[in-house]
Write a protein that binds this ligand. Sequence first.
Ligand code: BES
Ligand code: ZN
Length: 881
Amino acid sequence: MRTDTGHVFKLEDYRPSDYLILETSLVFRLSPEATRVTATLTIERRDGVVASAPLVLDGDGLTLIRVAIDGRELQPADFLATPDQLTISQAPAAPRFQLLIETEVAPAGNETLMGLYRSSSVYCTQCEAEGFRRITYFLDRPDILSVYTVRIEAKLDEAPLLLSNGNPAGSGDLADGWHYAVWHDPFPKPSYLFALVAGALGKVADSFVTLSGRTVELGIYVEPGKEWLAGYAMDALKRSMKWDEEAFGREYDLDVFNIVAVSDFNMGAMENKGLNIFNDKYVLADEETATDADFANIEAIIAHEYFHNWTGNRITCRDWFQLCLKEGLTVFRDHEFSADQRSRAVKRIAEVRTLRAHQFPEDQGPLAHPVRPRRYREINNFYTATVYEKGSEVVRMIRTILGAEAFRAGMDLYFERHDGEAATIEDFLKVFEDVSGRDLSQFALWYHQAGTPNLTVSSTHNPAAREFTLEIEQSVPPTPSESRKRLMHIPLAFGLVGADGRPVAYDGVEGATVEDGVIHIRKRRQVVRFSGVAERPAVSLNRGFSAPITLSVEQKADDQFFLAGHDSDSFSRWQAFNTLLTDALIAAFRQILGGKEPVYTARLSELAGKIAADEALEPAYRALALALPGEADIARDIGKGIDPDAILTAREALALAIAKANGQAFSSLYDRLADKGPFSPDAASAGRRALRNILLDYLALLPEGTELAARHFRSATNMTDRAAALTVLAHRHRGSPEAAKALADFEAKYGSDALVMDKWFQIQAGVPGPQTVETVRTLTKHAGFSMANPNRVRSLVGTFSSANQTGFHRPDGEGYRFFAETVLEVEKRNPQVAARLATALRSWRSLEPVRQAKAREALLTIAGAENLSADLRDIVERTLA
Ligand code: BES
Ligand code: ZN
């Protein structure tokens, strides 16, 4: 394990390396305990670098067997090898030479799941960001692009299947029951995109004919016997390939595209060139074992990794500071894909909910950083919601500012200009400036400055002057190491809505540039005057969530109710209702803290009933609107002095009020929505299930609700309904015999299916209340649980610590103690997963004082542990700073 060197990497320190690696030939002789790796590198000295300059290669825990240059074995005096570095202090004077390095690695004992490891006896690799250096010494940085040829040798019975990047280039038998395969990837690539898979796997085969008529062989490899669960993933892959041709003009470039599913994987999936490796939970699905959300995730992640072939692989990152260049852009692309495949309106709301749930707290806490950070200690800790989700929002804003056509022209220019290169954010912004003639220098702050901007907006209408005025003020709160902020360029989409729900016309605007329904905010304070406005309109702001900001709007409750019923922008309509709910919940929270019973206006319940019954709205949209803001959402909007118990009480009281007011109507709608006909994972069917399941959530609070939920559970014919009912029983009727029975039945039925059992762990880890920490502790001893498997750890410990407000934040600190112990236990095996887990305490300073003190103790316990990994130390120290 890499412990902390304390070194801080800085963007301003970037310089090109002295040497290039033009070609990389790798030979693997695979064996669980001692795999031999022979790397032959064609190295070229960069122009202008002095002859014989030292060559310093990265390693991580490596054992060197031998080194040779141009066929001559090096002697101990010629080089210095440590596990983490190979230095050849005097490289050959010739501008080009061949360096041979033989290393030995032990995939079987590798529990970090970085470099070469084994997952259920399949050999596989994970090299992003810096895992390649665990395989051989290399210039392991993304601006070193090399052409790879890989020869894999293995025992035929142990690993009949041998895969690597690129196209197949030979295979055959060897002595003693061994065999080999050779793969060649003609596209120069950085080392983080290298991959190897070897083992016994089942294959699903298909093919795709590209725009220009080339046939690509597609393969999805899974645990033998699970092939029939890969059909949806294959379909999603073909739809992704087609969509990228249509939406971005991007065609696939190799003869084969393979995806391998493994069950031990740190992340969701990885875009290795021509050989994507996936966490099996994002490949395997059928209606019996996967929920509609699982199907949607599979579709999105298959697309995401496929789209990286152009945004990430053909054009990669110059250095890891540029991570958002590939991730933010590719998230934007996968969002657009899902919006086109499903419902754009529903997708947008879901995206914004995710952004607010994950990125806003990051931006508002101690781990805040710019979309393009300037410094890091451990790059693994920068695969964040800010780089990904905010990074995607920034690309979306570029499109909003330029318009769809110029945006597409900019993307075309980006692909044309930078294909085969390792690029930067400056390169990316430049193409859009070049195609549009616009100056994006102020806009670029979205990449460089951390923090969520806030706009304070008030409005006045002067009927005599027929003038409507918006006063808009921007501020960006300070974030760690950035106390003074510069003014941003914020594209604020808006609408003026008349009493009939139609847009209100105006003659002219002053005080800001307004184009295509977007106000361009660039100054601290802008007074925007609309002339020729006879009637006072309701104002709908940040339509479609045009900018990732917070808004403080002085808005009459009547206007808010009106917009929640009539805004023509579906996102803003959802937002209006959501704001009403949040405001009511926060008021109730304060009543509860003051020792009072919360009261809710009947108007809210009435509106909920109207939305539920509105056949003009898609069921999925109605389901999203009816889902109350989560406990964490409410906490975030309260800001400080968080007492999760009071939030839970407020939220449950509102749910009950809505259920009581709408019992009859919800019940008959629930009956009408019952699934008829065969299962389909399509968006419309999923939307109907989502609506029916949210209605169940309300109905379960009424008399005989337990029985209704138990019946829903028993009669479910798919995992979406079954898991929804189990959640309602376990969460709403916690401790009931019905809940216990359903949990036991579920375990009896799915005990041998690890991915389904993750749902069982997850549901129990999410049960509100003080007793859950004990349940979770007990479940860590369950036969189906393992601290070595990231999916298990995330389902149980991750859900408990990041999605169970009342359980985790138990006032006596027991949740935090369990958390600290577990993080340290996970860390011994897998620092990357432990570090991610540890971010669950990033908002500890917003808790009320008693909990805050206990949370701090837990963080100090982690920080005080011996031999802390670089990953975990980086997170705890920044969190405590
Ligand atoms: N390149 C990443 C995978 C990765 C992340 C590797 C961090 C190493 C360290 C991949 O493209 C990715 O972003 N995967 C996401 C899913 C995606 C749909 C956002 C993931 O794994 O969570
Ligand atoms: Zn990605």
